[in-house]
Design a protein around this ligand. Structure first.
Ligand code: PSU
Ligand code: MN
Length: 311
């Protein structure tokens, strides 16, 4: 089913986003899980504000998406952004959780999967985040595979990210994407980045160096009726990157702790992110913030190119 046919009565828009949609302006969606579960306060609210500013500076309109009061909010005002940054009991919402959270009236932070759903309902084609979820290490036995991957298989939104974290099994994540027909574009890179690091040891499907080239590939995909998203993998800027060798030990320790403490289901990713941050003395958080800003810039450029008249 094409999600754009679904009833839109649950969507509410800020004036800025509503006008942008009406006027056909470029828009970039942003997620709220990264605010509520991906980073501590106050860095999360600073990041949430600045990422919106970067998108505006690059010619697009930001639309941070979250669930509140039984509505899917497309664009958040300052007060709402703060609620996602400071409220203790924000639910983490993926595709599975979406209908219950909407029904309950609870505050729900949207993951990559759920933000794609909201963006598609609103007609937004480009989304900037940090990293996508993926197949977890030992996923072949635990079956812990992020719903982000199955969402990318079906929902027409391009996700600009810094690849997938090496807390995941990157090889199997790429295999899953291939099976499901999700193009993985290396933006100015031949290697799939691993979030904190610019390298992973895995290649990309193809490399593109210009926003207009990315926009053209997306248009062709969707004009052909090949439903689904695309991963636009944009490596963290070199000056903010961590070395892959250095981070591996930290990741191993975090994974061992998660196992010992029986952390499962949707708690796994936030647990690992928080431990990696502690074990790197906060360096991983600086890297995380830097790569989100870079993704926002590239996403805005792609959104602008998508709206540019065909040559
Ligand atoms: N990666 C990050 N920060 C995050 C996430 C991933 O660096 O906050 C979040 C995203 O919202 C992503 C989600 O969609 O974790 C994946 O969770 P899971 O593995 O439970 O699907
Ligand atoms: Mn999972």
């Amino acid at each position: 089913m094409n999600p754009t046919n679904v009833n839109k009565q649950y969507l509410t828009f800020t004036d800025e986003v509503r006008e942008a949609i009406e006027q056909g302006k470029p828009i970039v969606a942003l997620e709220t899980t990264i605010i509520s579960h991906g980073m501590p306060y106050p860095q999360n609210i600073e990041m949430a504000r600045k990422v919106e500013q970067i998108i505006r500076e690059n010619g697009a309109v930001p639309a941070t998406i979250g669930i509140m009061d039984g509505k899917i909010k497309i664009g958040l005002n300052e007060q709402e952004l703060e609620a996602f940054a400071t409220t203790k009991q924000v639910e983490k919402v993926s595709r599975r959780d979406f209908p219950y959270i909407l029904s309950s009236g609870k505050i729900g932070a949207t993951t990559v999967a759920a933000t794609m759903i909201g963006a598609a309902l609103a007609g937004i084609e480009v989304f900037a985040t940090g990293g996508i979820g993926g197949v977890h290490r030992e996923g072949e036995t635990t079956m812990d595979i992020s719903a982000d991957l199955t969402e990318l298989a079906q929902t027409n939104v391009a996700v600009v990210c810094a690849g997938a974290k090496s807390i995941l099994d990157i090889g199997r994540t790429l295999e899953f994407l291939e099976t499901n027909g999700v193009p993985v574009v290396g933006y100015k890179t031949d290697e799939f980045p691993s979030f904190y690091a610019r390298e992973s040891g895995y290649g990309v499907d193809f490399r593109l160096d210009e926003p207009a080239q990315v926009a053209d590939v997306l248009l062709k995909k969707w004009e052909l009726g090949l439903n689904g998203g695309a991963v636009i993998a944009n490596p963290v800027p070199a000056e903010s990157a961590l070395e892959q060798e250095n981070i591996e030990g930290v990741i191993q320790q975090a994974l061992n702790e998660a196992k010992e403490q029986n952390v499962t289901g949707k708690k796994v990713t936030p647990f690992l992110l928080a431990r990696v941050k502690e074990l790197t003395g906060g360096r991983s958080l600086d890297t995380n913030i830097a790569l989100v800003y870079h993704n926002a810039k590239v996403a805005a450029q792609i959104a602008v190119a998508l709206k540019a008249p065909a040559q």
